[in-house]
Design a protein. Structure first.
Length: 326
């Protein structure tokens, strides 16, 4: 049995129907996308490694329907978006979603697609209910609920960003969210509860330094900065009923805005302060600022001086620190 080939767009649609799944691959993508699982609900997609002229720059996989014994696995070399359009997916024998792809992966919970729920089985040997090899962006204005019955709810080998969506992690045998390089919450809502280890853990990525880079613009470069850090710019973060630490980092926990609903004393076993922001008086900055210090705002723009009430980044030699001027 083979997958169906229809249409002429950059969207592969996958409809789960219990023990089966209908996978529709557009004509324009058949040279680059293969479904090796037939009509099984354990969908396996392979994106060709042959990135020739004319190859699609990005492919969207649209998932909907339900299965209590299914999963989505994808291997490949292209950036892609996984769009959830009302998906209920439980995989008793592995991750609900497993992306073996080192490129940027976006998981988008569409606001018009209904509710989305992902879960895995217990006592397995996989890393998480949702795993990505590349850096992971969770977006959309819909809602997504994840339960990790074997290990983490979400695990990402590179950095992770959250924007707009409502993410509910209602259980995990290990961490709610586990990633490397850095975690960046730009907006949206994250509710984590019932995890047996840390709510969120951010590890170093083989580096030794945890300096802060404005806008994280060089995060993909081979540098020894901006790794191991947690950032929250906006949105609401709630972490309840965790086993060890609300937020654990190898670097710093940096809060620029938003709402935090967790015990600040349970943040970072690394003994970093809950905000990781140094508080300076405006008079102090005039006295202590030297010519070899460079000052940036939070968007990376160069500033001439520091004004009261502003949060800025000061770089001097190889040292980078964030301060709020009062």
């Amino acid at each position: 049995m083979t997958c169906m080939v229809v249409g002429a767009a950059n969207i592969v649609t996958i409809q789960y129907n219990g023990a089966t799944a209908d996978v529709d691959i557009p004509d324009a993508l058949t040279a680059y996308v293969t479904c090796s699982s037939g009509t099984s609900s354990h969908v396996q997609i392979v994106q060709s490694e042959n990135v020739a002229d004319g190859a699609p720059g990005e492919i969207t996989y649209q998932l909907s329907g339900s299965s209590d014994d299914g999963g989505f696995e994808m291997k490949g070399s292209y950036k892609c978006t996984i769009k959830l359009m009302g998906l209920t997916l439980n995989n008793p024998s592995g991750p609900a979603i497993n992306i073996d792809n080192g490129k940027r992966i976006e998981l988008n919970a569409n606001k018009d697609g209904g509710t989305n729920t992902l879960s895995d089985g217990a006592n397995g040997d996989w890393k998480a209910c949702v795993y990505t090899k590349g850096h992971f962006e969770l977006k959309g204005k819909g809602a997504l609920t994840i339960v990790g019955n074997t290990a983490h709810a979400i695990s990402c080998k590179e950095y992770m960003q959250v924007k707009n969506l409502t993410l509910n992690i209602t259980g995990a045998k290990k961490d709610g969210i586990h990633c490397k390089q850095y975690f960046w919450m730009q907006s949206g809502k994250i509710n984590i509860s019932g995890v047996e280890d840390d709510g969120i853990q951010v590890e170093l990525d083989g580096k030794t330094s945890t300096g802060i880079l404005p806008d994280h613009e060089d995060a993909d470069a081979d540098i020894d900065e901006d790794t191991g850090n947690f950032y929250q710019d906006d949105g609401t973060l709630s972490i309840k009923d965790f086993g060890k630490t609300a937020i654990k980092t190898d670097g710093q926990v940096i809060i620029n805005g938003g709402t935090q609903d967790y015990d600040a004393s349970a943040v970072s076993e690394n003994n970093n302060p809950a905000t990781a922001i140094t508080v300076l008086r405006q008079d102090d900055t005039r006295q202590n600022n030297t010519k070899d210090e460079v000052i940036y705002d939070l968007t990376g723009r160069l500033l001439k001086d520091m004004r009261k009430g502003k949060v800025v980044i000061i770089k001097k030699d190889n040292e980078i620190k964030k301060v709020i001027v009062q």
